[in-house]
Design a protein around this ligand. Structure first.
Ligand SMILES: *Cc1c(COP(=O)(O)O)cnc(C)c1O
Length: 430
């Protein structure tokens, strides 16, 4: 298996080890696999780590990681992934992806990426700096995954005042090899600062910068793999392939799910459930793709106007954009508020504002006979207590992992949105 950049017409191939380390391709494109292998028969009772290993194996053929791939899956994808039924609705389940250390689905992919990167690392090299801009959840997941890993430090930038209070606390609570900066600016500013660092050749000669954002192949692949597992398990249980609803921002796990379906996982329709950022909804309704500035919503981890994986989707699945097999719908804060309020009594579930978009998509979906539906529940609602609790009028029990992080003291350093300040920090403490 080889990988090439979406922008390289010559399709010059590189191996997965190089693609994992590189993050973005040098030409600014995203790495895609040279083909999508067909899955062999899946016995979902084997469990997530084993199914993920089988689904991922062809992508790692020829890699130095091939002999340890089973071990990587076992140590990183060892998180619970339960499904819970919704009241009154047969065959509709929430797929809870938030039982990792930071209570959001990004834990799966960040842990897998860290497990790969640690094994790819040459121990004689100086320390590697994982530099991430986060709108809230990525930074925590990446920090948790690399915390205490020798040979790495993590530098997180988040927009001050624009992440949930518990997200901010979590980002500052790691300490050790993790440094959190609260930036006086927007998420787009944070992302621009990170991009400027990666484009600065003089800096990169002195500091080994590593990327862990949602375009990284090492995050895409495990998200494909967990949907192979979740769909196979649900299909075995219900006796039918499923429709899948995915709360979507940068299209990380959305593209993962589309890959899983193309490889033969029992998934029929995929619905990308977005907040008031309408870029994908417009595109899937037939308009030409047009990135927009992001707008702030209650589902802040999906505040994305230029989904970073769209280029990958357009490259791999162009013909699905106008098809009925993949749909993209957008919901505004009023709709999110009303379904958050309704969900506890009506569906028997308290959900986070992102998962709320998934429930809204369910209500809009014309269900086909009794085809089962899985809705990805992307974060624990306790992470967004300041949004959810006033709406539902009750307090949410905090899961144990989140409580442990919240009990620690948190420190975030202030930084302006000036890239020079970040560069000085990176150079000064390498
Ligand atoms: C990141 C995130 C999303 C969006 O996922 P993408 O892969 O960026 O589309 C949805 N919900 C939550 C809670 C998130 O943290």
């Amino acid at each position: 298996m080889h990988f090439y950049s979406t922008r390289d017409v010559a399709q010059k191939a590189i191996g997965i080890d190089a693609a994992l380390n590189a993050g973005l391709a040098i030409d600014g494109g995203l790495y895609v696999p040279s083909f999508l292998p067909k899955l062999s028969t899946i016995d979902a009772s084997a469990g997530l780590a084993e199914i993920a290993y089988l689904a991922l194996q062809p992508f790692f053929a020829g890699s130095s990681l091939a002999p340890v791939l089973r071990e990587i899956c076992a140590e990183s994808l060892n998180l619970p992934m339960p499904t819970v039924p919704l009241l009154k609705l047969d065959g509709v389940e929430l797929l809870e992806l938030f039982h990792g250390p930071t209570a959001a689905f990004k834990d799966f992919a960040a842990r897998f990426l860290a497990s790969c990167m640690c094994r790819l690392r040459d121990s004689k090299k100086p320390i590697g700096t994982v530099l991430v801009a986060t709108s809230g959840d990525t930074g925590g997941a990446v920090a948790a995954a690399f915390h205490h890993r020798p040979g790495f430090r993590v530098v997180i930038l988040y927009p001050d005042g624009r992440v949930a209070p518990r997200q901010a606390h979590q980002l500052g609570a790691f300490g050790g090899n993790v440094v959190a900066f609260k930036v006086d600016g927007s998420f787009d500013d944070c992302q621009a600062m990170v991009k400027a660092m990666f484009a600065d050749q003089a800096l990169r000669e002195r500091v080994d910068l590593l990327s862990a954002n949602s375009i990284s192949l090492g995050r895409l692949l495990p998200q494909m793999a967990y949907y192979v597992y979740a769909a196979s398990r649900a299909a075995a249980k219900h006796g039918s392939a499923i429709d899948l609803i995915i709360p979507t921002g940068n299209l990380g796990h959305g593209v993962g799910a589309m890959m899983a379906r193309a490889m033969g996982a029992p998934i029929q329709r995929i619905v990308l459930a977005c907040n008031a950022n309408r870029t994908l909804a417009r595109t899937f309704a037939g308009e030409r793709y047009q990135a927009q500035p992001s707008i702030s919503t209650l589902a802040n981890a999906m505040d994305v106007g230029a989904p970073s994986n769209f280029e990958r989707l357009a490259h791999l699945f162009a013909d699905e954009i106008a098809s009925q097999s993949t749909l993209a719908w957008s919901f505004d804060d009023l709709q999110i508020t009303s379904i958050l309020a309704k969900a506890p009594t009506y569906y028997g579930q308290i959900v986070c504002p992102h998962t709320a978009c998934g429930l809204l998509a369910l209500e809009q979906l014309d269900r086909i006979a009794d085809r089962p539906v899985l809705i990805a529940a992307t974060a624990h609602p306790a992470k967004f207590d300041t949004v959810v609790e006033p709406i539902i009028g009750q307090s949410i029990v905090i899961p144990q992992e989140l409580a442990a992080l919240l009990a620690k003291s948190a420190v975030a350093l202030s930084m302006s949105s000036n890239a020079a300040e970040l560069k000085t920090f990176l150079l000064g403490s390498d």
